[in-house]
Write a protein that binds this ligand. Structure first.
Ligand code: ZN
Length: 257
């Protein structure tokens, strides 16, 4: 009996572990795009802190530590909830912290010359992930539905929710590895790249918030989504991954050079 229970536990764990694994592709693409836009000085500093690992390789660290209670204070850093029609600067910041205060804290620690090496490594990994989260628009969604997590719908006949469609279903079903996907992103001119890198963290939050509104309007509760949804929104997914990567590079270049 015991072994049957253990077997059941293991198989549930495997299935869940698998779905988590796939959800990681988006963050890796953001890391990979950023890697190609670091200047030489930043590349050297970042590589030293990451012990030679790439940005893509460490981009999911912040999700991996979520299951460890020792890091529970960081779980609110992955999102920010702003009521529709309001700006971040007009709301009372959450006492638990949020995506904006999280990113600011990472930048502050990394810029501070008296920070320990250990802290710099930790907050660098957090920053790489959080800039990715910032570009999944539903991480700047509404509080009442937990950024779309409570909007149940079907994805190719299986129960899911709006947040998950944007976190992972569309990217996973596209069927490319993170390195293939990074290579396949539309090529941009110098001016377009410059435009994307412009702005502040709060500008980028406002942009995600606006896109989140569009995404909320794109579905009805319980809707059965299929290819036509991916087809319609794939451009936005690609653009967000690309913007996330370019802006992560800009933030890191600002810090390290
Ligand atoms: Zn996250």
């Amino acid at each position: 009996m015991r072994s049957i229970i253990l077997l059941l536990f293991l198989s549930v764990h495997l299935v869940m572990g698998n779905s988590n694994f796939w959800a990681k592709t988006g963050h890796r693409v953001v890391g990979e795009v950023a890697q190609g836009h670091l200047n030489r000085k930043t590349k050297r500093a970042v590589s030293k802190l990451l012990n030679g690992h790439s940005l893509a390789a460490v981009s999911n660290y912040a999700d991996a530590i979520k299951s460890d209670r020792a890091f529970k204070n960081f779980s609110a850093w992955h999102y920010v909830n702003i009521p529709s029609g309001k700006k971040y600067s007009e709301i009372e910041p959450s006492p638990n912290g949020d995506l904006v205060t999280g990113i600011q804290k990472c930048i502050e620690i990394l810029k501070n010359e008296s920070s320990t090496e250990e802290d710099k490594v930790f907050y660098l990994k957090m920053l790489i992930h959080l800039i990715g989260d910032l570009h999944q628009p539903l991480h700047a969604g509404r509080k009442e539905d937990k950024g779309g997590n409570d909007i149940q719908l079907q994805w190719f006949g299986k129960g899911s929710n709006l947040h998950r469609v944007w976190d992972s279903h569309m990217i996973d079903d596209y069927g490319m590895s993170y390195s293939e996907l990074s290579r396949e992103l539309p090529s941009l001119g110098k001016e377009q790249i410059r435009d994307i890198k412009k702005g502040t963290i709060l500008d980028w939050v406002a942009e995600s918030q606006e896109l989140a509104d569009e995404i909320y309007n794109s579905v009805e509760k319980g809707e059965k989504l299929r290819y036509s949804y991916s087809y319609k929104y794939w451009d936005m997914v690609e653009k967000q991954l690309q913007k996330g990567g370019l802006r992560l590079a800009r933030v890191l270049n600002d810090i390290f050079s």
